[in-house]
Design a protein around this ligand. Structure first.
Ligand code: FAD
Length: 287
């Protein structure tokens, strides 16, 4: 099917982009990689009156290390996350997860900002960035605000981004010594969307004790979430077999989420199993 008619604007600078969003408000939609928006428009599930194509705004394409952080512009493509040595070095879990997004053609176009703004509960980037403690920067012509990644998602396919706001960059604390990680997902076929996934970033001291832990699952509840109980049970202990099993079991108490692909009980069991795998990877030296 073809999309409903729309007006197309292509700003060349961030300021022009924000101006367009301020002018058209709820009638406008940002176009980034188009890998989620365009199919929705073709199915006429989305009918924006105006498309604001941000692909010609160079400032949104940055990828750099700055003040102990990895900074990713909204237009960084999944493919860059997968292959860029700076990402592997500063945040290897992100490269690993990006490689699981769809197919190469999707990864060549899809963007960090688009994936987060689309907020699919089972998207790899949302879940993994929860485990890293990322901060998202949102801008509008009214100003700029920084939002913790856990405050970005408010429901399935819903974020706190306002219609006149642009997600401009994501800032991720770079790896420090003693950081371990794990990532696991379940898909029904190679390259397919995950049914559920789990990610953890754990910091160990010199004696093998967990000093901090961030644990997240996606596809198990209506939005990707951290598991504070699991994190609490890991802190202060080593990554023992029993400790990992106890932490993973926290996925069983998550809020119901079911759709045509899987009932809630199945998603919770998957969450527990995937978290077990992710934590075992971390215990085995994922670093
Ligand atoms: C066949 C197929 C398989 C896929 N498999 C996976 C998968 O396994 N895992 C996965 O995570 N994703 C998957 N995707 C989705 C893909 O990752 C998309 O690239 C991503 O969800 C959206 O990114 P985008 O840059 O294409 O955004 P777009 O489609 O351009 O936009 C998506 C939404 O985000 C908004 N938006 C975009 N950028 C911004 C911004 N900077 N600020 C504010 N709002 C913005 C748009 O207005 C729109 O509402 C798949 C897609 C397809 C077609």
């Amino acid at each position: 099917m073809k999309p409903a008619p729309f007006r197309y604007v292509r700003p060349q600078t961030r300021e022009e982009g924000l101006e367009a969003l301020a002018r058209y408000g709820e009638d406008a939609k940002v176009l980034a990689g188009g890998q989620s928006l365009v199919p929705l428009m073709n199915l006429r599930l989305a009918r924006p009156k105006v498309l604001v194509d941000i692909n010609r705004i160079p400032a949104l394409g940055i990828l750099e290390r700055r003040d102990g952080e990895l900074v990713l512009g909204a237009l960084v493509r999944h493919r860059q996350l997968e292959g860029d040595p700076r990402v592997w070095e500063a945040c290897p879990i992100l490269s690993r997860a990006a490689a699981c997004i769809g197919y190469p053609a999707i990864r060549n176009r899809g963007t960090v900002g688009g994936s987060l703004a689309h907020a699919d509960p089972a998207a790899e980037l949302g879940c993994v960035l929860l485990a890293t403690g990322a901060v998202v920067v949102l801008e509008s012509s009214r100003g700029r605000r920084e939002v913790r990644i856990e405050d970005l998602f408010v429901g399935p396919y819903t974020t706190c981004i306002r219609p006149d706001e642009l997600l401009v960059e994501v800032r991720i604390p770079a790896w420090r010594e003693g950081t371990r990680w794990g990532f696991a997902e379940f898909t029904r076929h190679e390259g397919g969307f995950a049914l559920a996934l789990a990610a953890c970033v754990v910091h160990l001291d010199g004696e093998g004790k967990v000093t901090s832990a961030r644990v997240a699952v996606g596809g198990v509840s209506p939005l990707p979430v951290r598991l504070p109980e699991a994190e609490k049970s890991l802190r202060g202990a080593g990554l023992s077999k029993e400790g990992i099993a106890q932490a993973a079991a926290c996925a069983l108490s998550l809020e119901d989420y079911d759709d045509v692909h899987a009932p809630a009980w199945h998603r919770r069991q998957l969450g527990r199993w995937l978290l077990l795998q992710a934590l075992q990877q971390a215990a085995g030296g994922g670093s």
